[in-house]
Design a protein around this ligand. Structure first.
Ligand code: ZN
Length: 147
């Protein structure tokens, strides 16, 4: 078995084809070359297998193993808190962007009041609900301690 492709084919294209990173024409070129070249076919099979092993190892690795000692509730609660924080941040950014865009495109004080008054009210309502939930999630552990 030779060390490299006897036709001098670019081997990086093989992994590119496996990862589906190539444009169609190049992928076609790889496929045609694979039909003619036993060396690259073997390389391709090996790469495909390696990729599959890597994938199944990632899937098989149970994430719970690492955290078996940690309390499950703590993690999910932290996750929820972070989730709410992200949601609030997202909302603030989206709202700010929307307000800015809207302000640029809206003429007349009355229209601005109509649009932004409503939007502001909805945002405030949502934010207060979100903050409420967040506070509940934060105080939960203390409640459990008191029981
Ligand atoms: Zn080849």
């Amino acid at each position: 078995m030779p060390e490299t492709c006897p036709y001098g084919f670019d081997e990086t294209l093989l992994s590119g084809a496996i990862d589906r990173e190539l444009v169609q024409a190049t992928e076609q070129k790889v496929r045609i070359h694979l039909e003619d070249c036993a060396f690259c076919r073997a390389q391709f099979d090996e790469l495909t297998q390696l990729r599959e092993v890597a994938m199944s190892t990632t899937i098989r690795q149970p994430p719970d193993d690492q955290w078996r000692e940690a309390p499950r509730g703590g993690i999910s609660r932290t996750g929820r808190t972070v989730g709410w924080l992200l949601a609030i941040m997202w909302l603030v950014i989206i709202t700010a962007f929307g307000l800015y865009q809207g302000w640029q495109n809206t003429d007349g004080a009355f229209e601005k009041f109509l649009g932004f008054g409503g939007l502001g009210a909805v945002t405030l309502l949502f934010a207060s609900v979100a903050l409420d939930r967040w506070r509940t999630a934060k105080t939960d552990p203390y409640r459990e301690v008191e029981k």
